[in-house]
Design a protein around this ligand. Structure first.
Ligand code: NAX
Length: 333
């Protein structure tokens, strides 16, 4: 058996973690031969709930789970970790201004960035899930200057999965027959779900998604709106935000990062630096990527960007710039 890798999940007493921890501990993400030491961070008032989660993980009797460390102490939580899945964040409370929400999250992700910098392995791979995910990831990365910025990402895979599933349902095919559905920008309602480069396989024949769908009005209106507002629709129906599907998307994101994607293209929020699409530098923006077996990613280049797409890519970029400027001034202020 290999040595265990140390995987930190924050917000570990919350609802996404409740769906996520079992999948990680049973080998869905890091493979069936990789033992795991799970570190679970939450805030002090949640320690009793967290202990219940630890009991359940023990009761699953999972052979790959070498140990479980529940804690409210960041110094302990971030020590020597190989992977950080940062789910915990401050939720929006009624009457809360956007700026106050941002300020509360800057405080959390600044502190966790410093903890990453101080205690984690320099090879640590970080995915931020807690919202506003893109800007939280940016703040964590800024506060961890000794860890390469390429090791920081935020989750837009749930949006990609939602996009794939919408196309699959429209054409009556399996979701794995839909490839290259891209999410550009922010994990917010300004994100741009883009099918212009997508392909589908119908009855064994691969073609462009747009040709197979033959409904530009659906692609440019209903499809985009449905994916952009899916999180809200789930909250309205369930009275709770997406958790099962978020956990599945986190597993997809991390598995692809750990093992590579080959030619498959996936969407991830990463730092925009010298990208081929002229997106402003210094924001965490979701791009289409391929990932090598060495865990380094490359932005897929050469995609033709129409005026329609450019407008949508810029809109979500501008929201991220505004969020970044506000967050950085809070962080440095
Ligand atoms: P829950 O409220 O169920 O759980 C959050 C947990 O985080 C709580 O147990 C809380 O005590 C803990 N927490 C708060 N501050 C913490 C800190 N400083 N350190 C450690 N733990 C802390 O929320 P849940 O439904 O699990 O969602 C978690 C986050 O994911 C939210 O911010 C949510 O908006 C975000 N999401 C992001 C998605 C994405 O695609 N990027 C999709 C799903 C989800 O909406």
């Amino acid at each position: 058996m290999a040595e265990p890798i140390k995987v930190l999940v924050t917000g570990a007493a919350g609802q996404i973690a409740y769906s996520l921890l079992y999948s990680i501990a049973k080998g869905d993400v890091f493979g069936p031969k990789q033992p795991i030491s799970l570190v679970l961070l939450d805030i002090q008032p949640m320690m009793e709930v967290l202990n219940g989660v630890v009991m359940e993980l023990q009761d699953c009797a999972l052979p790959l789970l070498s140990d479980v460390i529940p804690t409210a102490d960041e110094a302990l939580a971030f020590k020597d970790i190989d992977v950080a899945i940062l789910v915990g964040a401050m939720p929006r409370r009624e009457g809360m201004e956007r700026k106050d929400l941002l300020a509360a999250n800057v405080k959390i992700f600044k502190s966790q960035g410093i903890a990453l910098n101080t205690y984690a392995k320099k090879t640590v791979k970080v995915v931020v899930v807690g919202n506003p995910a893109n800007t939280n990831a940016l703040i964590a990365s800024r506060c961890a200057p000794t860890i390469p910025v390429e090791n920081f990402s935020c989750l837009t895979r749930l949006d990609q999965n939602r996009a794939q599933a919408q196309v699959a349902a429209k054409l009556g095919i399996s979701s794995e027959s839909v490839e290259r559905a891209i999410i550009w920008g922010n994990h917010s309602s300004t994100q741009f779900p883009d099918l212009a480069h997508a392909t589908v396989t119908v009855n064994g024949k691969k073609s462009s998604a747009l040709e197979a769908i033959k409904d530009d009005n659906w692609v440019q209106n209903d499809f985009i709106k449905t994916v952009q507002s899916r999180g809200g629709a789930v909250i309205k129906a369930r009275k709770l935000s997406s958790a099962m599907s978020a956990a599945k998307a986190i597993c997809d994101h991390m598995r692809d990062w750990w093992f590579g994607t080959g030619d498959r293209c996936v969407s991830m929020g990463v730092l925009s630096t010298g990208n081929p699409y002229g997106i402003a530098e210094g924001i965490m923006y979701s791009f289409p990527l391929t990932i090598g077996t060495d865990r380094s990613y490359k932005i897929v280049s050469g995609l033709n960007i129409t005026d329609f797409a450019r407008e949508k890519m810029d809109l979500t970029q501008n929201e991220l710039i505004e969020e970044r400027d506000m967050a950085v001034s809070i962080c440095d202020g």
